[in-house]
Design a protein around this ligand. Structure first.
Ligand code: A3S
Length: 129
């Protein structure tokens, strides 16, 4: 698994085009203020790890505690790996992580299976996809 964690002033995203025919969420746009964004690529090797969602949640929680935020965005981000898990497996992992995180955090899961655009602001520097 590859995870890029960015403590952000805000993130906004919108679905553009479908990227997959299966394992796909409904299209949507979203915005979250002051949050930890977890850009996540689930990899082939993760398919052999039974508690991979728990491991992801641990990683996110550790950093959320450091930066003192209670808001998390789970953002599927396939571009971080060339060795991706199957879409069905990846979506399951992200959904499980969402459920676990919801016990302690306000969580937004960005739609899976889409090309999306995002705007993110961190420490005053706006970035775009
Ligand atoms: O690859 C196209 C879209 O399908 C999802 N996806 C995965 N995301 C994470 N890990 C995997 N193993 C995946 N397999 C499929 C993602 O939603 C992906 N879309 N951010 C968008 C592109 O703008 C994206 O990565």
């Amino acid at each position: 698994m590859k995870v890029l964690l960015i403590h952000s002033d805000y993130i906004e995203f919108i679905t553009k085009e479908k990227a997959l025919r299966q394992a796909i969420d409904e299209p949507k746009s979203g915005r979250m203020e002051e949050c930890l964004v977890a850009f996540t690529a689930v990899e082939k090797d993760d398919e052999n790890i039974s508690d991979i969602a728990e491991k992801l949640v641990k990683e996110i929680s550790d950093v959320a505690e450091q930066v003192k935020t209670k808001r998390v965005v789970l953002y599927p981000y396939a571009h971080l790996s060339k060795n991706l898990a199957s879409p069905n497996f990846a979506l399951d992992v992200l959904k499980s992580a969402e459920q676990l995180l919801e016990k302690e955090y306000e969580v937004m899961r960005a739609p899976f299976g889409w090309y999306k655009a995002f705007t993110l602001k961190t420490k005053g520097h706006p970035l775009g996809e």
